[in-house]
Design a protein around this ligand. Sequence first.
Ligand code: KG4
Ligand code: ZN
Length: 343
Amino acid sequence: MKVLGIETSCDETSAAIVEKKNGRKFGKVLSEVTVSQINKHKKFGGVVPELASREHSNNIDFIVQKTLKNSNVNLSKIDAFAATTGPGLLGGLLVGTNYAKALAISCNKPFLSINHLQGHVLVPRMSRVIDFPFICLLVSGGHCQILLAKDYNKFKVIGETLDDAVGEAYDKIAKILGYDYPGGPIIEKLALECNGKYHFNLPKPLIKDKSKNLSFSGLKTAVRRIIEKGISDEQKFDLANEFQTVICECLISKVELAINSLKYRNKVNSFILTGGVASNLFIRRKFKLLCKKKGLSFIAPEKKLCTDNASMIAWAGHEILNRRKKSSNLSLSPKPRWRLDSL
Ligand code: KG4
Ligand code: ZN
């Protein structure tokens, strides 16, 4: 079975073909073509929705054709067409959804509507056995959720951010420091230069709170005030490190609370860290230690599968096709807001 996936929910136009052989559990990416719009949005310090829609619309045809060509697969050999139909920016979602629907109709094959977050959560199952239920921290530019994945389409949100997403906080701090979007990798690099000379006593929002929810806007404001007063390069390195450490402490403490409160703790064997922020090596290391302490296997996708990509959408398509052979409704509209617990 070959599924062609399309991802256009934010600032990456991506298409991929993932193959799963009969009786096999895993998938193989035959080809993926991803065009990032980062350079178009850089000067605005974030993604401009209308600009993003235009870019998706301009690039989608070329990207899908190139994916087919790179994999040497003829369109007639594709078994289903999957597209991100939410959550995300409506203009981009419309481009990918309509393109996939049109291909599905013209080839008389199923169209599969995929939730972007479901793609992030399920993608590690493309290359290794991970049984449900598992616990997952999804950290990206738009989301920060602690989830219990009970099945390929059943998710419980155990905790989530009440304001900013983690990637968003990284992006905003980098912007205040004068760096380009995306800020996550830049802050991670700055933090590596720290020498621990300066301490800023940054707040750790909700850390003492019994709930499993998170909050990052107060932390972001505290960092902004420090930067606005003027800081040296040396201070900047230490500040980036403290910011990242505090974020990580908050995430770890809430995930630990979530693990401790699981109803059927002995049925959960794995923890998955996923989403764009999961490519951060510092955060990965800390969660590996937590998993060791809790007796869970630590799993994070390889870096290129952490940030937005169409392979995860094609793989989610396979997961759906495995259980439910039929097409999604061709008349469905993309959903800019679409919670994982409402699949
Ligand atoms: O999953 P993703 O590609 O897009 C969304 O679905 O949002 O995540 C993008 C986010 C950006 O905010 C970016 O700054 C962050 O992931 N990110 C990182 C790192 N690499 C990307 N944050 C922290 N450390 C990184 N190394
Ligand atoms: Zn994403």
